[in-house]
Ligand binder design. Structure first.
Ligand SMILES: Cc1ncc(COP(=O)(O)O)c(C=O)c1O
Length: 392
């Protein structure tokens, strides 16, 4: 069967009807322990001479089904499913780095990833140089002899900044450093980093892969060598394994990923265009707009669409709060990637404890709204957003 279409692959990736009694939906194996038929089998599975399961932290058939699905969708050799996006971030970083390693990462990206990189500099001597990732050449200038990892997040959270994956990956290869991309905002429907030269990518599967705001999960995707190292190192020792029930939910969500992303893309594009012409909106950050500074790069590497995330500025903290209080259909909440449209006002929520000058330097303006556009009827969304803008 041809799986050249992502729509087909999203439904069938990872299919193996020779297993699980032919069940079309791989069952939830609620087991933390697996028995062996005899001592030789026990020894072979324990020592990885033979594939198999023996202990929940180290794998489960439901987890394997999810891993095969995501590896296929990302055009990668292998995947490791984990308990959260941060478990995937830390597994990737600890697999690529050791004490004394150096990382180059974006100065603007998901705040907990940034804080994690500061944390491991202080605690473990793994230093990061933060660069303006809109210009991929900044990675080249930041390379040191001990650089082992180039971290990319594109489009970035929350400003939807775009980094040229192919250029950064080429810089990494020349320097002997791995390139890992956080592909959470794009999903493999819109962008496949490994085909662009990246060594691995990660997802917060809490977001679009799961897609229904009802789980926390992460996934690391890459070469068999890298993923095996993560499985036998970070996953085994730090124990961020995914629960089988959650793995099943993510796999179920992925069946409709293509349909959902198509709608997220179309809705977000229409809303971004409307916001760009609204008198109460000072700036719109969306890679699909020609006004986005890296729109050309986004067009080249985001082959499926520009995603469901928009940042926009309504001018002041008061206006941001008034907008957040004014929406009726959209929901005020801190996450993204679900079927429902949610938003947050960054200055009074996620970035409230950061000194204003630092926040402004990071590009988070007083009136910045992060909008995760859902799959509702776009006319209803635009009507709600416009009535809320009228109240500020
Ligand atoms: C881009 C990005 N990467 C990673 C994460 C971390 O994922 P999780 O919350 O599932 O640990 C998030 C969470 O918001 C995110 O937005």
């Amino acid at each position: 069967m041809s799986r050249t279409s992502f729509y087909t692959a999203a439904v069938h990736a990872g299919d193996d009807h020779s297993e699980h009694f032919g069940a079309l939906s791989v069952p939830v194996y609620s087991a933390s322990v697996f028995a062996f038929p005899d001592a030789d089998e026990a020894s072979a599975i324990h020592n990885e001479e033979k594939p198999g399961y023996y202990y929940g932290r180290l794998g489960n058939p439901t987890q394997t089904a999810l891993e095969c699905t995501v590896a296929e969708l990302e055009n990668a050799d292998a995947a490791l499913a984990l308990a959260s996006g941060m478990a995937a971030v830390s597994a990737a970083v600890f697999t690529a780095c050791k004490t004394g390693s150096h990382i180059v990462a974006p100065e603007s990206g998901y705040s907990t990833t940034t804080n994690f990189l500061h944390h491991i500099a202080e605690r473990f001597g793994i230093e990061t140089t933060f660069v303006d990732a809109a210009d991929a050449d900044n990675y080249r200038h930041a390379i040191r002899p001990n650089t082992s990892l180039l971290w990319v997040e594109t489009p970035s959270n929350p400003l939807c900044r775009v980094t040229d994956i192919a250029t950064v990956a080429a810089i990494g290869k020349a320097a002997g450093a791995l390139t890992v991309v956080d592909n959470t905002f794009a999903t493999p429907f819109n962008q496949r980093p490994i085909g662009l030269g990246a060594d691995a990518c990660i997802h917060s599967a809490t977001k679009y892969l799961g897609g229904h705001s009802d789980l926390t999960a992460g996934i690391l995707v890459g070469s068999t060598e890298f993923v095996t190292a993560a499985r036998q190192g970070a996953n085994k020792y730090y124990g961020g394994n995914i629960a089988p029930q959650v793995a099943w939910l993510v796999a179920r969500g992925i069946k409709t990923l293509a349909l959902r992303m198509e709608r997220h893309n179309a809705n977000a594009m229409a809303i971004a265009e409307r916001l760009a012409h609204h008198k109460k909106v000072a700036a719109v950050h969306y890679p699909g707009l020609a006004s986005h500074p890296n729109h050309d790069v986004a067009r080249r590497q985001m082959t499926g669409g520009f995603g469901g995330m928009i940042g926009f500025d309504v001018g002041s903290v008061e206006a941001g709060k008034a907008f957040a209080n004014g929406v009726r259909l959209c929901t005020l909440a801190t996450s993204l990637g679900g079927v429902e449209t949610i938003l947050q006002h960054s200055a009074s929520m996620t970035h409230a404890t950061i000194p204003r000058e630092d926040r402004l330097r990071a590009g988070i303006t007083d009136g910045m709204i992060r909008l995760s556009v859902g799959i509702e009827d776009v006319k209803d969304l635009i009507a709600d957003i416009e009535q809320a803008l009228e109240r500020i």
